[in-house]
Design a protein around this ligand. Structure first.
Ligand SMILES: [Zn+2]
Length: 407
């Protein structure tokens, strides 16, 4: 069982105390039996190099944790590269929790893959990070379009000049489709009609959705080739299968070009990619579009659209997230759809204690690990940052690694 985890490096720290603190964390996960650590690309390259060396001394395999389409570690203005959405006529703001998470230094401003691929500086920045230290692989993250957390306008992007030019008529048709979707959702007052409106939208704009999927894979391929030409292994962070179509991550296309995948099946997280956060954001979008909408209508609609077990009340969703049974269900979906992929799936669950984002207890960790064990996966990801994984969760995982290695 290959246990993997991640380390986020704070952008403005590189002092001796910080390095000492990180060294202790690294020693802790190495002693617990972890094999792989994916490290965030700090622009403080001396710190990054020191941390990688520390991991190597502890016998860990190190991956560069590289964000492709937001929080990209470049030094120039990213404004011209941002995705463009269709402006719709209602007041929309991103989630308050996203605002909170931004305080930690992550921006969650998404860029257009078709603009990023054209700007060589994004690519050379990535290559220079690969040169920074002796990495064993690259773990690509944020390979996607914005999710419901970023609001409807961004979620239904990109309609920038570049996308317009290369997609030909598709973008124009999509823009009209978004405006009509908004109008139709505003008028829908029952579950059946609303579900039909959504299904109709996604089927009418299949060409644009496929254009987005190809745009993502084209960019990812370029970066994967660079990593592979250096003999590095490649893993990717993906949305949970039930929600992946919202961000145009096509599992089928992506698994073809990478070594392994980490589906992020976060049942308790109120951060981007967390199932509760994405569902709550969709509920809020419905409410803003149609203020007379009762919560229960929006929940019923989502239950029809997604094959997920979600509570029926916003209060319950906000306080408890979604049941961990979804973790099993989502993994089963991957195993059934891609039977050949089994040896390359590292299920990702959240193991952090981070009030207002995710407060994961020891018993929840046990529940996740039991499902991974029963599913006979080759390993797992305790996400998403060892700075935020409490000691007792780390011990629980360490005991699990020890017990499974015995038997
Ligand atoms: Zn674009």
């Amino acid at each position: 069982m290959r246990a993997c985890t991640q380390l986020y490096l704070e952008p403005n720290r590189g002092d001796e105390d910080y390095l000492k603190f990180l060294s202790q964390k690294i020693e802790g996960i190495s002693n617990a039996g972890f094999r792989i650590l994916a490290i965030w690309p700090s622009k403080n390259t001396a710190l990054l190099r020191n941390v990688v060396n520390e991991c190597k001394r502890s016998g860990l395999e190190v991956y560069l944790w590289y964000p492709l389409l937001c929080d990209v570690p470049v030094d120039f203005d990213i404004e011209p590269f941002k995705v463009v959405g269709v402006a719709v006529e209602f007041d929309e703001s991103e989630s308050a929790i996203l605002q909170e998470q931004k305080k930690s230094g992550e921006e969650f401003n998404f860029l257009c893959p078709n603009k990023v691929i054209e700007q060589e500086e994004f690519y050379t920045t990535f290559e220079s990070f690969l040169e920074t230290a002796n990495f064993d692989g690259v773990f690509f993250d944020r390979i996607r379009y914005p999710s419901p957390t970023n609001g409807l306008t961004q979620m239904l992007s990109c309609t920038c000049e570049k996308c317009r030019e290369i997609s030909k008529e598709t973008v124009k048709h999509f823009e009209q489709g978004v405006l009509s979707l908004v109008e139709r959702l505003r008028r829908s007052s029952d579950v059946k009609t609303t579900v039909a409106v959504l299904q109709c939208f996604y089927s009418e704009h299949k060409d644009h959705i496929e254009f987005r999927e190809r745009s993502i894979v084209k960019l990812l391929s370029k970066y994967v080739n660079s990593a592979k030409s250096r003999g590095l292994k490649v893993g990717v962070d993906l949305f949970t299968p039930s929600l992946s179509f919202l961000v145009s991550q096509n599992y089928q296309m992506i698994v073809e070009i990478v070594d392994w995948i980490k589906p992020m099946i976060y049942c308790k997280t109120f951060g981007p990619a967390g199932i509760p956060m994405e569902i709550a954001s969709l509920i809020k979008i419905f409410q803003r579009l149609n203020p007379s909408t009762e919560d229960c209508l929006a929940f019923e609609v989502l239950k029809n659209v997604f094959d997920l077990k979600i509570p029926s009340k916003l209060d319950t969703l906000l306080s408890k997230g979604v049941p961990i049974t979804n973790f099993r269900k989502e993994l089963k979906m991957i195993q059934e759809e891609f039977p050949a992929l089994k040896s390359r799936v590292y299920p990702g669950f959240e193991a952090v204690f981070w009030p207002s984002i995710a407060s994961i207890s020891k018993s929840m960790v046990k529940e996740y690990l039991k499902i991974i064990y029963e599913g006979k996966f080759p390993g797992f990801f305790a996400s998403w940052d060892i700075n935020k994984i409490p000691l007792e969760n780390l011990r629980t995982i360490g005991d699990f690694i020890e017990n499974t290695s015995k038997g």
